[in-house]
Design a binder for this molecule. Structure first.
Ligand SMILES: CC(C)(COP(=O)(O)OP(=O)(O)OC[C@H]1O[C@@H](n2cnc3c(N)ncnc32)[C@H](O)[C@@H]1OP(=O)(O)O)[C@@H](O)C(=O)NCCC(=O)NCCS
Length: 459
């Protein structure tokens, strides 16, 4: 239940409009003192709507899942600082915290673990879907399509009417998203799909399905497992970003959990959102292969006509630092040292960061490394190819999407998301039949005879 999480509405703001109307608008205060003007009755009272292209200043909901203070670089899941969660939790514990609001008891942890394991394999006839995709299909395209297809294999999952059913569907989705992700990779490289194992934990099982072959078992190192756990924890939720808002939008129309999450995967794909980690590695490769210096690359970024961005920099919400990037930067150093990898891309990333943070272009716009700046280097060290980066982001974010879907589903006061717009197209026009339209068009473009110097030929 999320309606009026904080109902201490003691103040209001008054708005005076050009036509002299006055609206008194309640102020809503969040747990951490964030303030919003509640404009939900504004149109009914005055006929006006608010306009906020890109939603930079719009709260779309009240939510009890994640708290971010972009100015102070704070990220908390259900009240716990991300730094503590990253230090003490496995990804599955973090996911349970995000979805159910509390850290799991030992019983809850082992019960959820059991149903994850029980649901990890794909139905046998489901596996043929992978063969229907052309070779080298992007794993994000396979994943979004097959999460949606999964619903057809879980017809009871269409309606969720008990806590037990929600837990079962959540576990099925979280477990199979991981299996689908690994299978998408295997099918995109033309290798046989590997079955999950009952004796492996969530992250190890994923690495097994990614890298084992029918004739050779892959055993991930403890460092690799830890780094991937960390990556998934840091991506588990992030408030009302593009894909989570998409999930909530789809859920608000009462679409089932699978369909809503599949929509989230599509939204995540874009290079300004989840696709940025792949774009960072492509940028580092480009710098490396072209022999360009980092200063030269930064100069290109600053030249606005180039249309080039420093990928992995900037964030809509974090304006001083992204706490996730700090954790990942340290983890990246640790992992590369432990695996004894000397990746020249990491040196370029470090140099880019140094040059950018000393440059007024970035400082004045408050652009800092975001979570994607170092995550690609970590995933590369784990042997994961760039086209899988966003897929792995999606595995982590599935926890947050499920939690956000649940907030909509459990809230009896929830309404379908339906923003309004300001129409800027043509005003009302007089209807013409085809003949009239053609005549009007030819008159419109007819060059007057006295101006024609070409003897009547118009190119
Ligand atoms: C994340 C991002 C989409 C946020 O966008 P936003 O909040 O709409 O910010 P804006 O695009 O309005 O950026 C403000 C200014 O900084 C510039 N800017 C933002 N990110 C930049 C980047 N990565 N490189 C160069 N310039 C950048 C913008 O061009 C704009 O400049 P202007 O004021 O002179 O027009 C944007 O910073 C970006 O594209 N970053 C690179 C992609 C990325 O790493 N995405 C992952 C996010 S976790």
């Amino acid at each position: 239940m999320t309606e009026n999480l904080v109902d201490d509405i003691t103040q209001s703001a008054s708005l005076t409009l050009p036509d002299g109307q006055r609206a008194d608008l309640p102020i809503v205060v969040g747990t951490e003192g964030e303030r919003a003007i509640d404009i939900s009755k504004l149109r009914a009272q005055t006929g006006y709507i608010t306009l906020d292209d890109g939603y930079t200043n719009t709260g779309s909901c009240q939510s009890a899942i994640t708290y971010i203070d972009g100015e102070a670089g704070i990220l908390r899941y259900r009240g716990y600082p991300i730094e503590d969660i990253a230090k003490h939790c496995s990804f599955i514990e973090a996911a349970q915290l995000v979805i159910w609001g509390e850290l799991p008891s030992p019983d809850q942890r082992s019960h959820f673990s059991d149903i994850l394991t029980e649901n990890s394999a794909l139905p046998e006839d489901f596996r043929r879907h992978f063969a229907a995709f052309p070779p080298h299909a992007h794993p994000m395209s396979i994943m979004s399509a097959l999460i949606n297809a999964l619903q057809s294999y879980d017809l009871p999952g269409l309606t969720i009417d008990s806590d037990e059913e929600f837990e079962r569907v959540s576990a099925t989705l979280m477990s199979k998203v991981r299996t689908i992700a690994a299978a998408s990779y295997k099918s995109s490289i033309g290798e046989p799909i590997i079955y999950p194992r009952y004796d492996l934990r969530y992250v190890e099982n994923f690495l097994h399905m990614m890298f084992s072959r029918p004739y050779r078992n892959f055993v991930p190192t403890a460092e690799a497992t830890r780094a991937l756990n960390l990556f998934l924890i840091l991506h588990a939720d992030h408030e009302q970003n593009c894909s989570t808002s998409t999930v909530r939008m789809v859920a608000s129309g009462q679409a089932n959990l699978y369909a809503s999450v599949a929509a989230g995967v599509c939204a995540l794909w874009g290079s300004l959102h989840g696709g940025a980690n792949q774009a960072v590695i492509e940028m580092l490769d480009l710098i490396l292969e072209s022999g360009m210096s980092t200063k030269e690359y930064i100069a290109k970024v600053k030249d606005r006509s180039s249309g080039i961005k420093l990928m992995g920099f900037g964030h809509r919400v974090y304006r001083n630092f992204d706490p996730r990037s700090r954790i990942l930067k340290d983890a990246c150093d640790d992992l590369l040292n432990a695996l004894n990898i000397d990746d020249p891309r990491l040196n370029i990333a470090r140099e880019l960061e140094e040059v950018a943070l000393a440059d007024d272009y970035f400082v004045s716009r408050r652009l800092y490394p975001n979570v994607d700046f170092y995550s690609g280097t970590i995933l590369t060290a784990l042997g994961i190819p760039p086209e899988m980066f966003t897929v792995i982001f999606a595995i982590g974010r599935t926890a947050g999407w499920i939690a956000n879907w649940k907030e909509i589903h459990d809230n009896p006061a929830s309404r379908i998301y339906r923003p309004r717009q300001i129409y800027v197209g043509p005003p009302q026009r007089e209807w013409m039949n085809r003949f009239q339209r053609e005549k009007a068009t030819s008159q419109e473009f007819r060059v007057p005879d006295e101006l024609r110097s070409d003897g009547g030929v118009v190119a």
